[in-house]
Design a protein around this ligand. Structure first.
Ligand code: ADP
Length: 267
């Protein structure tokens, strides 16, 4: 499966949030999207998911225009984990994960043995089997985040689009969840594209990084090509020392305190 976006633009009234961005994602690939607040990351992800229509350009899912496909068909291929997924009702964890099967069910069909198996596997992969009967409203933020991820896995997507999937999680949970995504991309050949705030986390887990600034793509390449002192300075306005991670071998950024002039904060 592959997702190709060509020269995407998206505007909110007078604000151009995404400006001529082209990206592609293949099965088994893990791409991190980086950029300061307000640089267009969430908007780009929503356009790629088919949720927002671009004002120019096109998104092709295996060669087919995603914005012309029925949403249910898109949902069989792409799962999205949005930021701060709001859960309004006290569903049980298992029922919530079963909702991920919805795109695969017929109009009046009941869940099959296969649906039950897929849901169990998704719960095992995210370590929430013991929570199956609990109400989602009574869970901690980290547990709830895993339920939302399990629901996305139950969709059996070929492509996973993630918007800040680990924000507000402690370092242990954060690493565990990133490890789950990485292993899914490898073992199940899922293409993963994740908006990440943490440059070091993105550098550590991504095969390729895309850096946005003011809605434009300013870098696209291997972590060592994107996480450079020059890019950190021009995009985030900070002075950095960049070293090689002693275990993983990817670039690791250290901020030089006091190096950012005030007034550069956006969004
Ligand atoms: P990021 O995810 O990088 O923080 P966003 O895609 O959320 O960036 O936002 C990009 C720009 O679009 C920002 O200037 C933001 O204020 C604007 N924007 C985002 N969503 C909306 C909206 N619903 N209505 C108007 N402007 C928006």
């Amino acid at each position: 499966m592959r997702l190709d976006a060509f020269s995407i633009c998206h505007r909110y009234d007078i604000i151009t949030a995404v400006d001529s961005v082209s990206v592609s994602l293949e099965s088994g690939e893990f791409i991190g999207i980086l950029g300061p607040n307000g640089s267009g990351k969430t908007t780009l992800l929503r356009v790629l998911a088919g949720v927002l229509k671009p004002c120019a350009g096109a998104v092709l899912l295996d060669g087919e225009d995603i914005h012309k496909m029925p949403p249910k068909l898109v949902a069989r291929k792409i799962a999205v984990v949005a930021q701060n997924g709001y859960i309004p009702f006290p569903f049980s964890v298992r029922d919530m994960v079963m909702m991920g099967r919805e795109p695969h069910l017929g109009r009046f069909s009941r869940e099959s043995r296969r649906d039950t198996d897929v849901v169990s596997q998704a719960m095992t992969a995210t370590g929430i089997t013991h929570l199956a009967k609990r109400s989602v409203l009574d869970l901690s933020y980290g547990e709830r985040q895993r339920v939302i991820i399990a629901r996305a896995l139950a969709q059996e997507p070929g492509i996973l689009l993630l918007d800040e999937p680990t924000s507000h999680l402690d370092p242990g949970y954060r690493m565990e969840i990133m490890d789950i995504f990485k292993s899914l991309s490898r073992r199940k050949n899922i293409g993963v594209m994740a908006v990440l705030h943490d440059v070091n986390l993105a550098s550590q887990y991504s095969d390729r990084l895309i850096l946005l600034n003011h809605g434009r793509k300013v870098a696209d390449g291997l972590p060592e090509e994107v996480v450079t002192k020059e890019n950190m300075e021009s995009v985030y306005g900070v002075d950095t020392v960049i070293q090689t991670h002693p275990v993983v071998g990817c670039p690791h950024v250290m901020l030089v305190p006091g190096s950012r002039a005030s007034g550069q904060v956006e969004g």
